[in-house]
Design a binder for this molecule. Structure first.
Ligand SMILES: [Zn+2]
Length: 305
């Protein structure tokens, strides 16, 4: 079948001959993973996130353009732990790209190998209104987990693009040394505030709080994903007064009304915190996301003194 062979050779030429290799198309659910993929992949990848950093990562509005992005992707990076359960599965069905299915070579569950907190000890039911059924999916907000994710991305990129292995390893090493430097800076700023009690809006911050030794004593949501009720707000106000809680940490995508109300009754400061890269223009990559949030907390605590 000469014609068949001709086609094969053309295809081979088309895909492999240009001096400039085709970039790996990386699609991520979270902007944080896109930032890490860009940092590690450099010129060899084109990474794009479905969710914006100022959106609630549980409730991303699916757009038709997502299907095309997923169809063309070489690699999909997800948080897993059912964070994306509300929007991703139907998009994956429509994208018809076996590579990036959970069983495919181009699929990376970033939670694997990370420290996951709040793992359930008993069976969970949706009736509880819990959006964290397999443990807390906001694990990327601990820089130690960020390091784990960066390493997993480097390994996955090398598997998909073996010629880039050295580049990925070099970029990973640069990232890890930048992160180690940044950790010193964050410790200088927040280290002295270890043990500070905080209330957070959603349970987005257990990994962040553990790393920075903040003590989360309550949430404005009565359960993850359930909006504050009047009764619950009263309970939180009483708890904050009794325990002299100075800070309410809130994700940028919620309404300030309830946090401001509770702050007004307790004298606490409301700290607006982007939980992902791009949630504020200053939080432009994984490391500056932490710089931004650390500075916000330090500034709010300084105001309280
Ligand atoms: Zn959540």
């Amino acid at each position: 079948m000469p014609f068949f062979f001709l086609l094969i050779s053309f295809a081979f030429l088309f895909f492999s001959s240009p001096a400039e290799a085709k970039k790996l198309k990386v699609v991520t659910t979270l902007s944080d993973f896109a930032s890490l993929a860009t940092t590690i992949g450099g010129e060899r990848v084109e990474a794009e996130s479905l969710a914006r950093g100022y959106q609630d990562p549980h409730f991303v509005e699916p757009k038709p353009s997502f299907i095309l992005k997923l169809h063309e992707a070489d690699l999909l990076i997800v948080a897993g732990l059912e964070l994306e359960i509300g929007y991703l599965p139907p998009l994956l069905d429509q994208a018809r790209n076996e590579k990036i299915r959970p069983t495919g070579a181009g699929y990376l569950d970033a939670s694997v190998g990370c420290e996951i907190l709040e793992k359930p000890t008993a069976a969970v039911t949706r009736a509880m209104g819990d959006v964290h059924p397999y443990g807390n999916p906001h694990f990327w907000l601990d820089p130690q987990n960020g390091r784990v994710v960066a390493r997993a991305i480097a390994a996955k990129l090398a598997a998909l693009d073996p010629a880039g292995r050295d580049v990925f390893q070099k970029n990973l090493a640069t990232f890890e040394s930048r992160l180690a430097e940044a950790e010193k800076r964050w410790q200088e700023k927040l280290g002295p505030s270890a043990g500070t009690k905080v209330v957070t809006y959603h349970a987005s911050w257990p990994n962040f709080a553990k790393y920075f030794k903040l003590d989360v004593v309550g949430f404005l949501e009565p359960k993850p994903g359930i909006p504050p009720t009047p009764q619950h707000k009263l309970e939180i106000i009483n708890l904050m007064l009794a325990q002299k809680v100075p800070l309410i940490l809130m994700e940028v995508y919620f309404d300030r009304k309830d946090p401001d109300f509770v702050a007004g009754k307790t004298g606490a400061q409301v700290v607006m915190m982007p939980p992902s890269v791009g949630g504020d223009p200053a939080a432009k990559d994984y490391i500056s996301l932490f710089d931004f949030n650390v500075d916000r907390i330090a500034a709010a605590l300084a105001k309280k003194k």
